[in-house]
Ligand binder design. Structure first.
Ligand SMILES: Cc1cc2nc3c(=O)[nH]c(=O)nc-3n(C[C@H](O)[C@H](O)[C@H](O)COP(=O)(O)OP(=O)(O)OC[C@H]3O[C@@H](n4cnc5c(N)ncnc54)[C@H](O)[C@@H]3O)c2cc1C
Length: 438
């Protein structure tokens, strides 16, 4: 492949597109407006703690993980299957009898979820495991997760005690109004692999992709904000009259410099991708997320067996994650690190002390024998655009990578579904589409 490609945006999608194009022989320059690559997958070090910028996890069974990443090199610290369902005075383990037979014993005994709903869970797992991986998104009969589970016959208690906090954490929407397609895909993925975080933090994922891209010859320029993308001889993309065979494009940066290029991959965040290309089907409605990070003196275990603590009784916090029990590297030796997630627009504006008090009250109610007075806030991440909103039907209306006119293609989770899998996969598809212009 001969020719020059410019990639706008150094999130997972842009990094995969750049690496793949360079590996195929193209000359590739990637512009990222922030000081570092990673986009929505970033990690910071604060007071010796490793903090992902918003708690998130990698599903090891995602097909794009095998295709794009070296999972061994990421050194994944795995959560145990299932979750611990918490309410005042009680903690109950809900595990996966197929993947974790030992955990299944307390799981079968716990009375938060009925035996028939546990059997229904296995039947659902079996049903989804027989589906083709490419057959999950954009179908004609979409519905909300809540409607889907009702149709399957799950009891309201199962949905309230387990699915609301657990899938609230995955879709960042505890109301379960998100598309059932996200539930089906992720539920199937959890049956096939673990969820976990790299020992050095989630940013190890984009950093490994950036290393791969540089080795293939990609020039990565950070702190480089792209202002406009124009196709040859025409105006800014949204206003041009369009000629599909336009030769080349010009990328203009905020500092006024320009770059002539044969093809452009726009891998910016959805609202910015829409501004740059004018493609109106790019979804721009955001789902926010707030993550609080908390420290305690190292010591007593949370006795979850490396499971997430789900708040079955209250919505705030949605869940508490015993982070350093799962990934000891995230905390200094003398401290324990917890993450807590808060959902909904209103949590964006709540003061850090109010969030910490919710976490302290929840822990004190779940572990009445313990004292959490020493719980300290390490940091709070408020992410306004964590995922694009995914109501039922949304995936059928997402843009195609080659929707922009001229030699410009789209990459980003917003061409697939809002996830690491969606972003990585979109980078591969965009690289193929951009290669068609070289
Ligand atoms: C708190 C949180 C929790 C999440 N939880 C999970 C989870 O558990 N599992 C999961 O699979 N997914 C999760 N996600 C979603 C997942 O992180 C995203 O879907 C994915 O990272 C999107 O990658 P992307 O490359 O499509 O976009 P982005 O990461 O948004 O990358 C776009 C990049 O473009 C850059 N950019 C924008 N405009 C310009 C411009 N004009 N010029 C130059 N650069 C520009 C941005 O700075 C950014 O780096 C979560 C996200 C968040 C924030």
């Amino acid at each position: 492949m001969n020719g020059d490609v410019t990639v706008v945006g150094g999130g997972l999608a842009g990094l995969v597109a750049a690496a793949r194009l360079a590996e195929a022989g193209a000359d590739v320059t990637l512009y990222e407006r922030r000081p570092e690559v990673g986009g929505r997958v970033r990690t910071e070090t604060v007071d010796g703690f490793t903090l992902d910028r918003g708690f998130q996890v990698l599903f090891t069974s995602y097909p794009a993980v095998a295709a794009e990443l070296d999972a061994d090199a990421l050194d994944i610290r795995r959560f145990a299957p299932g979750a611990t369902i918490c309410r005042p005075g009680s903690r109950a383990t809900l595990s996966d009898p197929l993947r974790d037979p030992l955990g299944a014993i307390p799981s079968l005994l716990n009375d938060e979820v009925s035996f028939s709903d546990k059997l229904r869970t296995l039947a659902l797992r079996y049903d989804l495991s027989n589906r083709d991986a490419d057959d999950f998104f954009g179908g004609p009969d979409d519905s909300s997760i809540r409607e889907y589970l009702r149709d399957w016959g799950f009891a309201d208690e199962y949905v309230e005690n387990f699915v609301e906090p657990f899938y609230g954490g995955i879709t960042l929407d505890r109301s379960l109004s998100t598309s059932k397609e996200v539930f089906e895909y992720t539920f199937r993925a959890m049956g096939r692999g673990a969820i976990g975080v790299p020992a050095e933090g989630m940013s190890a994922i984009p950093e490994s992709l950036a290393d791969r891209a540089r080795e293939a010859g990609v020039t990565i320029e950070t702190g480089a904000d792209v202002e406009t993308v124009r196709t040859a001889g025409q105006g800014r993309i949204p206003f041009r009259t369009g000629a599909a065979d336009a030769e080349g494009a010009t990328v203009e940066l905020a500092d006024g410099s320009t770059r002539e290029t044969d093809a452009v991959v726009v891998a910016a965040t959805p609202p910015e991708a829409r501004r740059l290309t004018g493609v109106e089907s790019i979804p721009t409605e955001a789902v926010p997320n707030v993550t609080g990070w908390y420290a305690l003196p190292a010591g007593a275990s949370f006795e979850t067996g490396k499971r997430i603590l789900l708040n079955a009784a209250e919505e705030s916090p949605n869940a508490v994650i015993p982070m350093s029990e799962v990934a000891p590297e995230y905390a200094p030796d003398d401290r324990a690190l917890l993450a807590a997630t808060f959902l909904g627009e209103e949590s964006l504006d709540r003061p850090a002390d109010a969030l910490r008090d919710d976490v302290r009250d929840a822990l004190a109610a779940w572990y009445p024998e313990r004292d959490f007075a020493g719980l300290e806030t390490v940091d709070v991440n408020r992410v306004r655009f964590a995922q694009f909103a995914q109501p039922p039907g949304v995936h059928a209306s997402l843009p195609d990578p080659d929707d922009p006119e001229g030699p410009v293609v789209l990459a980003g989770d917003y061409t697939e579904w809002s996830s690491i899998q969606g972003a990585l996969e979109s980078g591969r598809t965009a690289a193929e589409a951009a290669g068609g212009y070289l």
